[in-house]
Design a protein around this ligand. Structure first.
Ligand SMILES: [Cu+2]
Length: 180
């Protein structure tokens, strides 16, 4: 006579946080992720400088369209209207200048607010006027660097974990409290 047993369904063992962070490598990577997220950006030590830009405005475009300066820089922008009347408005700084067709208009200011700011045309110059945009970056874009560092860490963590699962002994570091 044969008896059939109904064995209880098997669920994967629940892994608590304690289990996940048992490995020193994982703890180290979690710590590194926290540092990347929470560390204050280092103070900018570059001394203020005079920066000059000449932007050609024409055909609904700025050339160049992106400007990068350091906080504290004294910035001078010459806007040259190539075809029709164009303007340049600096978001966040509330500055604007307009240039008559074929003329140059100058904007001078101190880049005392760090961050990324949009440049926009302030004169309705034609159908594509709303798309006449540029960008002013003051200082290093820390948000971008943090995101890039986190992404790199995640890729590393995935590879590390994969190797750890294939051969747990290869990556274990015996510590003072290690049972081995
Ligand atoms: Cu315009």
């Amino acid at each position: 006579m044969h008896r059939y047993h109904l064995s209880p369904p098997r669920f994967p063992k629940a892994t608590g946080l304690r289990e996940v962070f048992k490995s020193r490598g994982r703890r180290g990577m979690a710590l590194l992720a926290l540092v990347i997220l929470l560390a204050p950006p280092p103070a900018m030590t570059a001394p203020p400088a005079k920066r000059y830009f000449r932007i050609e405005a024409g055909n609904f475009e700025y050339a160049p369209a992106t400007l990068t300066v350091n906080p504290g820089d004294r910035v001078t922008i010459d806007v040259v209207a190539q075809d029709v009347m164009h303007g340049l408005y600096v978001d966040g700084y509330g500055l604007s200048v307009t240039a008559e067709p074929g003329r140059t208009a100058r904007l001078t200011f101190t880049a005392d607010r760090p961050g990324a700011f949009r440049l926009r045309c302030s004169v309705t110059c034609g159908p594509l006027h709303p798309f006449m945009l540029g960008k002013l970056t003051v200082g290093i874009n820390w948000l971008w660097w943090r995101a890039a560092a986190l992404a790199a860490l995640i890729v590393f963590a995935v590879v590390f974990d994969h190797r750890l699962r294939q051969d747990p002994s290869s990556l274990s570091l015996p510590g003072p409290g290690s049972p081995r």
